[in-house]
Design a protein around this ligand. Sequence first.
Ligand code: NCD
Length: 305
Amino acid sequence: MRHLMTPLDLSVEELDKLMKKAEEIKADPDKYAHACDGKILAALFYEPSTRTRLSFEAAMLHLGGKTIGFADATSSSAAKGESVADTIRVVSCFADIAAMRHFKEGAPMVAAQFSGIPVINAGDGGHQHPTQTLTDLMTIKSSKGKLSSMKIGMCGDLKFGRTVHSLIRALLRYEDISFVFISPDELKLPDYMIEELNARSDVSYKEVTRLEDALPELDVLYMTRVQKERFFNEEDYVRLKDYYILDSRKMELASSDMIVLHPLPRVNEISVEVDKDPRAKYFEQVLNGMYIRMALILMLLGIEV
Ligand code: NCD
C-alpha cells in the first residue's frame, strides 16, 4: 500500500506517467467514467479548502466512485479530542482511499502510519502539498512542453507557502533548473528548504525582494498568497499582505512566453486585469488539478483502465 506525503514519494518516471495519464483522461473522460465504481474516497479536511477538497471529490465522482468526509474539523470527532491516528483507523473501515488536510505539519504522515488505506497529504500546515505540485507540473509541462531548462520565479510567502516547498522539491529533480525567490525578508524560504537547495551544486538560485527586477528573466512566475492563518500577529500580516501585486503594467516587463501560475485562492497579489492575459494559466491549473487527482487515485488504488 502506498501513500503520498511529499512529491519525493513518486519517482520522476511515475510523475511523468501520472501527467500522461491525466492528459489521457482529460482527452477522453468517458473511458474512465466507471473506473472506480464501488470505491469510496474520504476527504478529511481539518483546515479550509475549496479547490483541493472539491477537486478530490469531483475526481472520485468522475471516476464513478463516491465520497464521504468532513470539510471542517469542528463537525468531526476531532472536536471531542479524537486523535488523527484513531480517526484514520475508523475511516479505513469505511473508505478505500483518504485525502487529508491538516493544520499540523506531519499529521497526514501520522495518519498514514495507522491507516489501512492509502492516505494522500492534501496540505499539512506550512510544510508540503504534493497534489498541488502535480497540478503545477502538469500545467508547466502542457504550456511549456518541458520541465527542464527553465528559470522559475516564486513570489510572495515563501516561508509558510507549502505549495512552494513541494514544487521546489519536485523541480529539483529535473535538469537545468534555476530559481529566483522573490519575497520580503520576513517571508524568505525556511532553512530546511535552503539546505536542500545548497546540497545541489548543479542548481542555482537567488533571493531578491523586487518583482520588477526578476520578471524579464523568468520562464515561469509562481505567485502565492501571504498565508494569513500562519501569522502570529495581525499587524505583521497587514504590513506584508499587499507587498506584491502583479498587474498588467508589470506583465509588460515579462517575456511573451512567460507563464503565470498561482495555486489560488488569490487575495490581492494578482490584479483581475491579468486574468485575460494569455500568459495567465491559474484557472487552467485548477482544471488540470482534477484530472491529475483522477490519475493519482487510479494509481494508488492500483486500477488499470
Ligand atoms: C493552497 C494551499 O492550501 O496551500 N491552496 C490550494 O490548495 N490550492 C494555497 C493557499 O492556500 O494559499
